[in-house]
Design a protein around this ligand. Structure first.
Ligand SMILES: Cc1cc2nc3c(=O)[nH]c(=O)nc-3n(C[C@H](O)[C@H](O)[C@H](O)COP(=O)(O)OP(=O)(O)OC[C@H]3O[C@@H](n4cnc5c(N)ncnc54)[C@H](O)[C@@H]3O)c2cc1C
Length: 430
């Protein structure tokens, strides 16, 4: 049996490795020049010993599948720390106020809520943490659930801006299942891959090749067709050269909208109609280099101030030692945007000009010495009712054509641990 895998992110690479271990003939096609997809990293200069993800990445202590895989392929593994998370609010006189939100004690110290509101909010958080997934979480939107259970004031203070900034016009439609998964899964300890996630990705690709998988990068899938019992896969390289390959089985790890562009001829009418209803946001990350951090010690900054056009600020080098990056402080200015958003059209210089005054409003002494801009399409599925009704499953209705992509981690939000699990699970179906 020959299996072709579409996409060389962590899901595709894991599936390729597992299937090649089982002695299948495996060919994988990745459009980009490097493997890794949404978790891929880069090195800003020769002085960086470690690579840095184009979008902030960490794992949780319970992320068993990726930890086991890292051990199995001897990638160097992960280490864990407890970096600080805060929420940023508007303070007096145009200043900002930083409030730690790491622990129940922090929660009880939040200044904008009364004692009864805090007790009520803490009880809801404890319930979400302890509760298994309940069908109730799909009956209500996150906003309805949080407003009703925690109260109006807690919704406004703690959640409203986070949802608006992450999901934009879709914020009101996001299901309560999203917030359940977020709270349920979160651990105080966060893990990072030794050498950066790209080290693990490169090792996974090397292991896949070692056991016989053919992994091809810089070759995007342009079309999938059926020819008798076999699938015909046309690919195109960076110079526009076309090639056709054949397979008995296809596994697509492409984001659903990217799959729709290439597999119209093989997916059933039902799948095409369902998948076309799934909506995604793009991720835009401006990574800024500086001599000093924007804010000391803090890793993760939720932006709860409406006037700051930033979803989150992630100070990577307050988590991972800056010595691995030539001594530079590295900070992600993170946003998710819908098609047509002005941020998607900005180049790096425009993005730096746009964000600089906002960063200076947080710390007047902050100076950007260098920057990198990364835009990732199909980065965040919208977990609304239509998503739940139409999300893909491994089996597509087209015999021998499987899907394993980040829509299938629901109710959990996407993650590298789930990518490993998806790759393993789809391989076990063959
Ligand atoms: C902003 C952001 C922050 C994140 N933070 C974290 C985090 O902290 N921790 C964590 O664990 N996870 C995090 N994730 C999620 C994690 O990166 C993903 O869940 C995981 O990498 C998905 O892997 P995948 O292989 O399923 O998909 P992808 O990485 O999307 O892989 C799909 C691959 O298909 C390729 N492709 C697309 N079209 C074609 C084509 N036509 N032909 C061939 N190839 C094609 C793409 O280039 C890509 O390499 C984050 C993601 C984002 C966007």
């Amino acid at each position: 049996m020959k299996i072709i895998i579409l996409g060389g992110g962590i899901t595709g690479l894991t599936a390729a490795y597992k299937l090649a271990v089982q002695q299948h003939t495996v060919v994988l096609y990745e459009k980009q020049a490097e493997f890794g997809g949404l978790a891929a990293g880069f090195k800003g200069s020769a002085s960086w010993e470690w690579s840095l993800e184009r979008a902030y990445h960490h794992i949780f202590t319970g992320d068993r599948e990726i930890l086991n895989l890292a051990n199995e392929i001897d990638s160097g593994g992960f280490f864990f720390k407890e970096p600080q998370t805060v929420s940023l609010y508007k303070g007096p006189a145009n200043n900002y106020r930083i409030i730690p939100v790491d622990s129940p004690q922090d929660f009880l110290a939040i200044p904008y809520l009364s004692i009864p509101e805090k007790i009520r909010g803490a009880a809801v958080l404890a319930f979400l943490k302890a509760s298994p997934f309940l069908s109730l979480y799909e009956k209500y939107t996150a906003e309805e659930f949080l407003r009703t259970s925690m109260g109006e004031r807690a919704w406004i203070v703690l959640w409203e801006q986070l949802f608006r900034k992450k999901f934009g016009k879709y914020a009101e439609k996001i299901l309560a299942s999203f917030i359940w998964a977020r709270i349920n899964k979160r651990t105080k300890g966060l893990g990072y891959a030794e050498g950066g996630f790209q080290t693990l990705i490169d090792k996974l690709a090397a292991k896949g090749k070692e056991v016989g998988a053919f992994l091809k990068k810089g070759r995007g899938v342009a079309e999938v067709k059926k020819n008798g019992g076999a699938f015909q896969i046309s690919t195109i390289d960076e110079e526009g050269r076309r090639q056709t390959d054949e397979a008995d089985i296809v596994i697509s790890t492409l984001p659903t909208p990217a799959l729709l562009r290439v597999a119209e001829n093989v997916l059933t009418k039902n799948s095409l109609s369902k998948f076309s209803k799934i909506r995604y946001l793009s991720a835009v990350n401006l990574i800024v280099e500086s001599k000093f951090p924007l804010i000391d010690r803090v890793y993760w900054i939720n932006i709860c101030n409406k006037n700051l056009p930033i979803m989150g600020i992630v100070q990577h080098t307050n988590f991972i030692d800056k010595k691995h990056y030539g001594g530079k402080c590295l900070t992600y200015i993170a946003n998710y945007v819908d098609d047509g958003a002005p941020l998607l059209r900005m180049n790096k210089e425009e993005a730096v000009d746009f964000f600089t005054p906002h960063l200076k409003s947080i710390n007047g002494d902050f100076i950007i010495t260098h920057a990198y801009l990364f835009k990732a399409p199909f980065a965040q599925p919208i977990f609304n009712n239509e998503f739940v009704e139409n999300k893909p499953t491994f089996e597509t209705g087209t015999p021998n054509f499987y899907i394993a992509n980040l829509d299938m981690t629901y109710p959990y939000d996407r993650g590298t641990n789930y990518a490993v699990k998806l790759g393993q699970d789809v391989a076990s179906l063959i």
